[in-house]
Design a binder for this molecule. Sequence first.
Ligand code: NDP
Length: 332
Amino acid sequence: MTTKQIVLAARPKGMPVIENFEIKTIELPGIGDNEILLEAMFFSVDPYMRGRMNDAKSYAPPYEIGKPITGGVVAKVIKSNDADFKENDMVTGNLPWQERCIVTGDGLLKIDSSIAPASYYLGILGMPGLTAYFGLMDIGKPKAGETVVVSGAAGAVGMVVGQVAKLEGCRVVGIAGSDEKVKLLKDELGFDEVINYKTAADMTKAIAAACQGGVDIYFDNVGGEISDAVIGNINFHARIALCGQIALYNTTEIPTGPRLQPMLLTRSVLMQGFIIGNYQSRFAEGSRYLAKAVQEGKIKYKETVMEGFDNLPVALMGLFEGHNIGKMIVQA
Ligand code: NDP
């Protein structure tokens, strides 16, 4: 049996380009003892993957040149020599960018697609949803009546942050990059205010106007000038959950911004970075909260689904151009 796979062909300089990826066809052997043959259904593309394309030490090791990219995948069991997995089981795990692959059961999680569509296990019921939940609840510590600002608000993480904050009784202001995203967040997902950072003349003033009492919690998905503008409006005893810095992922030189530490100091602000893996021992708590909210219709989730395995690189690159509303998924 053969399968297509997508490997890292070259490391990007700045924004990734299609030449950084190569599609290959490889032979798959038969499955051995305790092995499982999987067929991919949905692939997740995530901003952190850009960091793994660099040859730099980080919390996740770099992808190797000539080796397949790996990431979150929802797959169907086609054949199994592992008693814990049977044909047609749906699973999720960190798997290679291949249409089919042979793995052991280590790290595979069975999913229940009666709770929600299977692809949600790559979004709200997977890593992005848990990131939103723990970043907001554990670092943001929302209290009813407080004002929460979230950047990257129409993305996989951001749209969950805003809706969980609303469930916790907060006033929620989102920042996103198109009028379509602004409309969705306000009209469908219940955000109180949303700012289009691409058309706002002055972001510091736009945030001040949207947050008349200042900002109590900032969930930072993007960094850069957007975050400088939010921090300019930060309140005494505010909390900043430092989740992502996508505005900087493709810069070859990190720009120097304003010196924000004096403001953080004089306003007694807590700013804390986090990686979702830090919360592994508490994933069940986050999953329970999110699954319940989805099942009860209290949180709505959106996806942008691109069709076709070969489109994985285009989907990944699209994250850095804002092509997605909600979770970017590739359906094999
Ligand atoms: P998204 O679904 O939000 O997709 C990325 C979005 O970022 C785009 O749609 C785009 O929306 C926005 N964006 C892209 N480039 C820029 C830019 N230069 N300036 C401002 N916005 C930009 O991704 P996720 O929800 O999966 O991830 C959101 C953030 O959270 C990322 O920074 C990611 O790295 C981080 N993250 C961190 C985790 C952790 O453990 N700490 C775990 C998961 C994610 P727009 O149209 O609004 O510009």
